[in-house]
Write a protein of this length. Structure first.
Ligand SMILES: Cc1cc2nc3c(=O)[nH]c(=O)nc-3n(C[C@H](O)[C@H](O)[C@H](O)COP(=O)(O)OP(=O)(O)OC[C@H]3O[C@@H](n4cnc5c(N)ncnc54)[C@H](O)[C@@H]3O)c2cc1C
Length: 405
């Protein structure tokens, strides 16, 4: 592709990163970015942390591109349908936007299970507006309940404790963050929350929600009834792909892509001229295996946006596979958690630096390949960010080779 119009569906980090890369690579044609939020891309990561703790203001979240992307921004408008063969997007305001290339970067939305009275007292966090509403609710609350012991739930619990609120956290597993990080790290994180005064209800679920004029009553599976002024539900996300249902592009927990970020069409082949990036995209990261997965990390949205732009310009045949080492961070009650790779794929763990008992360590996650060789698939550092750097480039390599290196 050398000239014409590239449309970008979604105006978040993945979109901005793709647009920036297109300009870096010399794309001189038009770029049109369509986003349903009323604002340009901003940093979501403080929404569950500093914004709620009051240490960062909304005005500080704006994301600036490193270079002028010279785009036409169509904000407050949804992409409602895609015709991949006509190469056109249909917008919520009735317009049709023809394109020569398309980047799909529409992110995710929080899961909202049925039976929960979402509204003034019960919140989810994805957008700045969500975080503002939650911030206001926390300002009126004395007791807040967090449902879900994943990253966002844990971070909201920290921020609420920083505001000296009573916080109860409900998680069906026996420890926090067990799913993404496994039992060893989960035990350290859980202990940290308990020390910080978070009231943990582990191994329990909410069986019934009641909202009265005075507040919430949550009935738990162990018979406990919790009274609260506000609640946050953080039980995972769903990719924003509803608008693609009729397009024929393949959808499976996200927009299905080939290893190069090209979107897979109705005939199972990569569509020339359409790529996807960020939280909404599922693709096989060949560093690990051929199983398509989504990666919901800040750094991945940047790197995948860049790679998708490169792939779009190169076309499906010449494009290279996107094989990153996924990375993310989280801060909880002063504990710094950094992760590289995909720890959740590990079937065993091995201490790489320090000892778990010390509370400051790097843990490796391994799984055997088809020959039985242990491959390092992830590493997590607790309060040891520098030590993690040494292992980052070893992800995807045999553990033995890593030791010899
Ligand atoms: C509260 C919170 C805290 C986080 N903390 C961390 C962290 O500490 N570390 C980390 O690594 N990651 C963190 N993340 C994840 C990180 O923010 C995401 O991985 C990143 O924002 C993904 O970027 P994206 O562009 O794919 O999606 P998004 O940022 O969600 O952008 C997608 C945009 O597209 C819009 N959109 C959706 N559908 C349409 C449509 N049909 N038409 C037009 N526009 C549409 C959406 O409204 C949104 O504005 C956090 C996320 C949240 C919500």
């Amino acid at each position: 592709m050398s000239s014409g119009r590239i449309a970008v569906a979604g105006a978040g980090l993945g979109a901005l990163s793709a647009a920036e890369r297109l300009r870096e690579r010399g794309w001189t044609g038009e770029i049109v970015i369509v986003g349903d939020e009323p604002r340009r891309p901003y940093n979501r990561t403080p929404l569950s942390k500093q914004l709620l703790a009051g240490t960062r203001q909304p005005a500080e979240l704006r994301l600036a591109a490193h270079r002028d992307v010279d785009a036409t921004w169509v904000l407050g408008t949804s992409a409602v349908a895609l015709d991949p063969h006509q190469r056109s997007l249909h917008l919520g305001d009735g317009r049709r936007l023809d394109f020569d290339g398309l980047v799909i970067a529409t992110g995710t939305t929080p899961r909202r299970p049925g039976g929960i009275p979402f509204g003034r007292r019960v919140h989810t966090v994805r957008t700045l507006d969500d975080a503002r509403a939650l911030d206001a609710a926390l300002g009126r609350a004395r007791h807040v309940v967090v449902v879900g012991g994943g990253f966002i739930g844990c971070e909201v619990a920290c921020a609420a404790r920083d505001r000296a609120l009573t916080v109860s956290l409900i998680e069906p597993r026996e420890a926090l963050l067990t799913g993404p990080l496994g039992p060893t790290v989960a035990a350290t994180v859980t202990e940290q929350h308990a020390k910080a005064g978070v009231r943990l209800h582990l191994g329990t679920t909410v069986t019934r929600w009641e909202e009265t004029g005075r507040g919430l009553r949550l009935h738990l599976s162990d018979g406990t009834v919790l009274k609260a002024d506000a609640a946050v539900v953080a039980v995972g996300t769903e990719p924003r792909t509803d608008w693609l249902q009729a397009s024929g592009v393949q959808l499976a927990d996200g927009v299905s892509c080939d290893p190069t970020c090209h979107v897979i069409g109705p005939d199972g082949r990569a569509l020339d001229g359409i790529v996807a990036a960020g939280d909404a995209a599922t693709w096989p990261n060949l560093r690990f295996d051929a199983v398509p997965r989504r990666v919901e990390h800040w750094i991945n949205a940047i790197e995948m946006g860049q790679h998708a732009a490169d792939s779009l310009l190169a076309g499906p045949t010449a494009a290279a596979p996107f094989t990153p080492v996924p990375r993310f961070w989280s801060h909880q009650h002063g504990l710094r958690i950094q992760s590289a790779g995909m720890p959740a794929l590990g079937t065993a763990t091995v201490p790489l630096t320090g000892a778990p008992k010390s509370g400051r360590y790097v843990l490796g996650y391994t799984r055997p390949d088809q020959h039985g060789t242990e491959i390092l698939v992830g590493a997590v550092a607790l309060d040891a960010p520098r030590a993690l750097i040494a292992y980052r480039d070893q992800i995807g390599l045999p553990l033995a080779r890593r030791r010899a290196a």
